[in-house]
Design a protein around this ligand. Structure first.
Ligand code: UFG
Length: 342
């Protein structure tokens, strides 16, 4: 019963790792993805790892009719994990309407489908960005939501509100929002990983591309923060650990073990690392040297954010297990694989 899980954005970075973990646990998976920021070949990687191919439907979730028709055909969806969204902070500042359109219309179409076709369980991909610059560290789920510094971040806040309101109006609906800290690394098989298009915005893809010679040097954005080495602190979590938290959340919903109709969990390691610590751990984990230069701060960056993971530990029985070094090594193995390096 209810073994079919719909994963939107399932060929994307976190989505593909989650599909693998779901399939490893015996779930059937149908992916909806418009391939706007991912490649169809990801399905081959998933099939190589799991020995099975997920169902795949390529269309845009902003197309309401297509969403409706999807639910007409796939009658047995037990839960939805909704990843599909734009996610580049800088781009969202330049193209706010594109972000609001895409990230919110798709969510509303999906929720409408859930209401119309009696699909009751939603896991939503949220972000620690909703906490802004937190007043207290580590950040708990009770920390106040701060005014968002980017349209991207705002879409996550508004999406949580849309979900919350919809659930209040439909008593059978349930949702779990997972607020990710900084997901990094790749599957240990090096068959799936992150595929940034163009110049990466995020730290670890920039590091691996610098180590592989695509970029000359890493720019470290600011060393005048009020932290032990002056560089900003984040909570870097392995993407496979993160993916497993989604499987646990789906199982919790299917087993009707949720404590309220809308639950929220932080997903991080609970440990903060500075940019320079990541650089040094990368060197140690891979034996590669890395050119870097300290430059000015990046606009909109926060000083320090890391998770209080107690709630996820206690309620989901989940915690991050893979070490930072193994995670950085996995990111490097993936980079070597896609660049055909030894
Ligand atoms: N950094 C560098 N050089 C780079 C890239 C990043 O020094 O080339 C630094 C950043 O300044 C920051 C840290 O590395 O201090 C991490 O930066 P990322 O871009 O990897 O991650 P962010 O914490 O900025 O972004 C993450 C998610 C976003 C989310 C944001 C808000 O990727 O989706 O957190 O909290 F919106």
């Amino acid at each position: 019963m209810h073994k079919l899980i719909l994963v939107t954005g399932g060929t994307g970075y976190i989505g593909s790792h989650t599909v693998v973990e779901l399939m490893n646990e015996g779930f059937d998976v149908v992916i909806i993805d418009n391939l706007s920021n991912s490649e169809k070949s990801v399905l081959d990687g998933i099939a190589k790892i799991t020995g099975r191919r997920p169902y795949f439907e390529q269309f845009d979730l902003c197309d309401k009719e297509r969403v409706h028709n999807f639910f007409k055909i796939y009658r047995k969806v037990g839960a939805i994990i909704h990843f599909a969204a734009y996610k580049a902070v800088g781009e969202s500042v330049e193209k706010p309407l594109m972000y609001y359109q895409n990230n919110l219309i798709s969510l509303m179409n999906l929720l409408q489908g859930m209401v119309d076709f009696n699909v009751h369980n939603l896991v939503f991909s949220s972000s620690c960005t909703v906490y802004g610059e937190p007043d207290e560290l580590p950040v708990t789920e009770k920390a106040p939501i701060k005014l968002s510094t980017s349209p991207y971040g705002n879409t996550k806040q508004i999406a949580e509100e849309i979900i919350s309101d919809t659930i209040k109006a439909h008593e059978l609906l349930k949702a779990i929002a997972l607020r990710y800290f900084n997901p990094i690394g790749a599957h240990p098989s090096a068959l799936i990983g992150e595929l940034p298009i163009g110049v990466p915005n995020n730290l670890v893809p920039f590091i691996t591309q610098t180590a592989s010679g695509i970029r000359d040097e890493l720019k470290v954005f600011g060393n005048d923060y009020n932290t032990h080495d002056g560089t900003a602190i984040r909570d870097y979590i392995n993407v496979v650990d993160l993916a497993k938290a989604h499987v646990v959340s789906v199982k919790r919903m299917l087993a009707e073990k949720t404590k309220s109709n809308f639950e929220i969990f932080n997903l991080g390691t609970g440990k903060g690392s500075s940019v320079l610590e990541i650089v040094n751990s990368f060197k140690k984990a891979t034996g590669r040297d890395l050119n870097y230069k300290i430059v000015g701060r990046r606009e909109g960056d926060t000083e320090a954010v890391y998770a209080d993971t107690k709630l996820a530990n206690e309620e989901l029985g989940w915690k991050a297990e893979i070490s930072l070094e193994d995670t950085l090594k996995s990111a490097w193995e993936w980079e070597k694989n896609i660049r055909n390096l030894k």
